[in-house]
Design a protein around this ligand. Sequence first.
Ligand code: HEC
Length: 120
Amino acid sequence: MKTSILALTLLAATTGSPALLAADAENGRTLYRGYCTQCHGLEGDGFGVNAPDMEVAPKDHTETAEMQARSDADLFKAIKQGGKAVDKSVLMPNWDANMSDDEIRDLVAYLRVLSNTGAK
Ligand code: HEC
């Protein structure tokens, strides 16, 4: 059992797939608090301190139905490459220069917790 989990984790790591097998939602929460809440809000509901001044509202990450419609790969891409890469606003910055793929996977895992959509 342990061996197969390790094998899957290694597979996810080596293929660079956004699989959440090894993701750490708790670390994602810490990262979210540090980098995302100024726009998306402390509760992830889109009401960060910057929000009133922005032309496009930051996504409400607690919207279960909408977040359910996003695959992990979609969320991963939005965070890594920015809003433009997923046809969303350029006001959503890209984080590829500041975060590793593992950290981005942790953030996606935390978004699943915030939106109550589980890992899929
Ligand atoms: C400067 C403000 C700002 C910051 C900081 C920011 N975002 Fe965003 N984000 C936005 C905006 C604005 C959108 C909405 C774009 C739209 O609806 O067109 C967005 C959209 C998103 C989406 C896409 C949602 C969807 O509809 O599919 C994800 C995922 C996301 N943000 C995650 C994050 C994460 C994780 C962080 C922290 C690492 C972060 N954002 C930091 C402004 C921000």
